[in-house]
Design a protein around this ligand. Structure first.
Ligand SMILES: [Zn+2]
Ligand SMILES: [Zn+2]
Length: 105
């Protein structure tokens, strides 16, 4: 005998009702467990997984928020951009020189 269930969404924390119709629908699809997420979040998750193929790599806005600072390479004097603010007296290297320096002997 099925009953409506109150579910707290794992993602957004909102409560929603897992209705009898929905449960029937779920069982028809072969799911026996109660969903952890509200329908909206499930939909979002599904869309994300489909578009990326890798859920973990999704960090919205991560790249665009990353600030780059102009700097001059201490090795080759090329103007480059670094993801941190260059400090006075601290050598900054362009990517090429940095890789050369950091390469293990
Ligand atoms: Zn939700
Ligand atoms: Zn350089």
């Amino acid at each position: 005998m099925m009953q409506e269930k109150a579910v707290i969404c794992f993602d957004c924390g909102a409560g929603y009702t897992f209705s009898v119709e929905e449960q029937t629908d779920f069982q028809a699809k072969g799911y026996n467990n109660t969903p952890k997420r509200c329908p909206a979040c499930r939909e979002t998750r599904k869309t994300r997984q489909l578009s990326s193929g890798n859920f973990r790599s999704i960090q919205p806005g991560f790249r665009s928020e990353r600030k780059l600072f102009p700097a001059t390479c201490a090795q080759c004097n090329k103007v480059t951009q670094v993801p941190f603010e260059p400090r006075e007296g601290r050598a900054v290297y362009c990517r090429d020189c940095y890789n050369t320096i950091k390469t293990p002997r």
